[in-house]
Design a protein around this ligand. Structure first.
Ligand SMILES: [Zn+2]
Length: 196
């Protein structure tokens, strides 16, 4: 007898009542073979049992109740940002004072960077050496930023001499300072919006 047992997906098709072409042939093979019929009947019983299970609906706010008991680990910077936001919105410290401090810090950092970049005439052994290395690293870093922002060709054209590199450094630092100030102003506006 030339019989091939049904494959699992073929039994699935039969149990699902799939009405595709060839389903009659599959059914005929089930009728003709005890093994295939046993497989089909077993899957049919499971399918019927699953269909008979009542459909449950979780009660309203079920997910909320679960999530209240779950400890969600947030990255430290998210937590810090949240604390700062709460701190500002609760008015624990006058908002203007915080934002002024933040702006001053931004300016101070940019200023220190500019000072380190240009202050080449300091004396004093290893301190000067360390400072030189910092300065070189900073000029290189800023130049890299400029290269990424403006493209290599523009920088090569501009940077005919060392003076051009310094000019680019100045421009980038100035842009960074202005960007920081704009950012802080925006922060202030957002904080004000949340308070009102
Ligand atoms: Zn068979």
């Amino acid at each position: 007898m030339n019989h091939r047992h049904l494959l699992p997906h073929e039994i699935d098709l039969l149990v699902d009542g799939n009405a595709s072409r060839g389903i009659a042939a599959l059914r005929a093979r089930v009728e003709a073979c005890d093994d295939c019929r046993a497989q089909y009947d077993a899957l049919r019983r499971v399918s019927d049992a699953v269909d008979a299970v009542p459909h449950f609906m979780p009660r309203l706010r079920f997910a909320d109740a679960i999530m209240r008991k779950v400890q969600v680990m947030a990255p430290w910077h998210v937590g810090l940002a949240g604390s700062v936001r709460r701190f500002i919105s609760e008015g624990a410290v006058p908002r203007r004072l915080i934002l002024t401090g933040a702006a001053l810090m931004g300016v101070a950092i940019s200023g220190a960077a500019a000072w380190l970049a240009f202050r080449g005439d300091l004396t004093g052994g290893t301190f000067t050496l360390a400072l030189d290395q910092t300065r070189e690293g900073m000029v290189f870093g800023v130049t890299q930023v400029a290269v990424h922002a403006l493209g290599t060709d523009a920088i090569t054209t501009l940077a005919g001499g060392g003076r051009a590199t310094l000019a680019i450094t100045t421009a980038v630092l100035a842009a960074a300072t202005i960007g920081a100030l704009i950012g802080f102003r925006r922060l202030a506006a957002i904080a004000a919006m949340h308070r009102s």
